[in-house]
Design a protein around this ligand. Sequence first.
Ligand code: GLA
Length: 432
Amino acid sequence: MVVSEGKTAPAWPTNEELDAVRKKVALMSQKSTGEVNVVACPYRICPLGAHIDHQGGVVTAMTIKYGILLGFVPSESGQILLQSGQFEGELKFNSKDSQKPIENPEDINWESYTRGAVYALQTSGYDLQKGIIGFVSGVEGLDSSGLSSSAAVGIAYLLALEYANNIIIPPLDNIYLDKLIENSYLGLENGILDQSAILLSRSGYLTFMDCKTKEPFYTRFAEQNKSLHINGEFGFKILLAFSGIRHNLPKKRGYNTRVAECKAAAHALLSVKGYENSEALLCNVDPSTYEAHKGKLDENLAKRAEHYFSETKRVAKGRDAWARGNLEDFGQLISESGRSSIDKYECGGKEMIQLYEILLKAPGVYGARFSGAGFRGCCLAFVAADHADEAAEFVRTEYEKEQPELVSHIPHDKRVLVCEPDGSARIIFPGI
Ligand code: GLA
């Protein structure tokens, strides 16, 4: 896929991108390009609500105009035959072959997400008589970068398999099917932020997901503030700056360790009130109990709990700032969230912190933070639209000074991207 550097992103996916994927599938399946459907699953960002989804908190989400494309045709025999634009080899199995969860995270590779999708559907009682012949392609260099490419891939396979088998599943149920891929099949104890963003986003709105009640809600951006719209477009852009550090999240223990620490903090606080049998999640702890008893927590657990409760407040304030179209306030909260991820959640490495600090100094930037879990990948910033290119150039130059070796491995056109919000995952049928 082609990425435009430092410029307004073209509509996504472009006709060229769709044609390329359709041609590959036509060749693999001996069908015509006019028979190939394409699932478009955008990548996501999380402006506020970092690391509180797995604790039942309220998170915010948005997608961007880059993502995963999966071209496919159904296969009557149940054959699953796939090739990838980024990974070597061909994947072949049958949709009726029973799938078992991965035991060793080191065994995870691009096949795992396809098998995981089949596993999720099989264990949820769906009969997969048909398979898919398909070609999957992400944006070169953006996998394992904190944009949730793994959830985007998992959802793409789910939507294609469901379509092939004539199974109709509402988005909220697909969130749980993809969660099965991540939690049960791959062993990552994450929450539902990524899936909610990809399946529920609407352009122009900030999506909120209450991960305790599982209820999404939306807040429209600054409807009343016309000065924030330039030529009918939003007055802001999203900047993504890549650290050059990439790894597959389930392969690293850090994420699950932090989840366990949050649960331990929740258990300790619930026990103080005699609720030790309640589910050990921080959303089940009353904020007044936290305030009264936080001093009893071990140092690390106290930091994780502080991140949770302060982030929860930032999400609430962020909703108000977004609705008012006040990007200064919204951005300030994003940067505070970034600081809390560094100091309290302690999930950022040295390079990610450098990038975060450079973004904060870039012209026109309202606020910045780690894009995903923070252990690797990229940082995001909200930036004034008319300063976006200048800010991108500033970050590109400054980060290269700090990390010349790492930067030398990132293709020049992928170091900093200027992006716009997108909608939700969809299937694009031939002729559209
Ligand atoms: C990863 C996880 C999400 C969420 C974020 C951090 O993307 O998959 O569930 O916890 O990190 O906010």
